[in-house]
Design a protein around this ligand. Structure first.
Ligand code: PGA
Length: 260
């Protein structure tokens, strides 16, 4: 049974002070949540401070991005090696804001996936379609390409350290969530794809989380879907009460026996 994974993506928000206040609140509110993995991705500048506070909790800290090379003349970049050094245990890769605003392509994202896996960290690979692609019936082709290229040369053993975040671009920060049925359809498609590329075991074990306007009032219906294993939360992760409510979602029946 897959353990739910609830990740907060703070994006470009919070001073170090604000980040510390938020994470102190979260550590308190989430102290008893043991049946989900709780992950936080602060801005680079806040990572060491947040990681220090989280060290005495079960909350894991990670980066929102990284550069594939470990070091070198890459002005302004932060490597997976440096993330690990700062206390990170995971990185979010290929977020649609990276793809759209910073023009990252699948080959570049794939290099980042490898860099993160080489450091023994969890790679959260984000995939998702634009509204136009969905309306043009290109949804599955887009997802297929992003998964196949993003995971190029990642072997079955390494897949134990990979999670996929399905984030329809039209749902991010817009207040529009994919219906849980629509999301479930794509999650099932991704799992089937990974079955074909890898094996039934890889497909069964990998966590596929949903992102895009996840809030306390829609988490339950999303988590009730068998193929939705958690959430990547942007806006609502900036409020301790909201993120705690999401992480404490009422567990649906099919998860009742998982990971007490
Ligand atoms: P949102 O962001 O929850 O604010 O829609 C999700 C994300 O970008 O990961």
């Amino acid at each position: 049974m897959r353990k739910p994974l609830i990740a907060g993506n703070w994006k470009l928000h919070h001073s170090i002070d604000e980040a510390q206040t938020l994470v102190h609140e979260l550590c308190e509110k989430l102290a008893d949540v043991r049946n989900s993995d709780i992950l936080l991705a602060p801005s680079f500048t806040s990572i060491p401070a947040v990681a220090q506070i989280c060290a005495s909790s079960h909350i894991k800290v990670g980066g929102q991005n990284c550069y594939p090379e470990p070091q070198g003349a890459f002005t302004g970049e932060v490597s997976a090696l440096q993330l690990k050094d700062a206390g990170c245990e995971f990185a979010i890769l290929g977020h649609s804001e990276r793809r759209q605003i910073f023009k990252e392509d699948d080959t570049f994202i794939n290099a980042k996936v490898h860099a993160v896996l080489e450091q023994g960290m969890l790679a959260i690979l984000c995939v998702g379609e634009t509204l136009e692609q969905r309306e043009n019936d290109e949804l599955f082709e887009v997802i297929n390409n992003q998964i196949q290229l993003g995971l190029h040369n990642v072997n079955a053993e390494q897949m134990e350290n990979v999670a996929i975040a399905y984030e329809p671009i039209w749902a991010i920060g817009t207040g529009k969530t994919a219906s849980s049925d629509d999301a479930a359809e794509v999650h099932a498609y991704i799992r089937g794809l990974l079955h074909g590329v890898y094996s039934a075991q890889v497909a069964q074990n990998i966590r596929i989380i949903y992102g895009g306007s996840v809030k306390p009032d829609n988490i339950s219906s999303l988590m009730a879907q068998a193929d939705i294993d958690g959430a990547l939360v942007g806006g609502a992760s900036l409020k301790a009460a909201d993120f705690a409510a999401i992480a404490n979602f009422p567990r649906p029946l099919h998860m009742a026996s998982a990971n007490p």
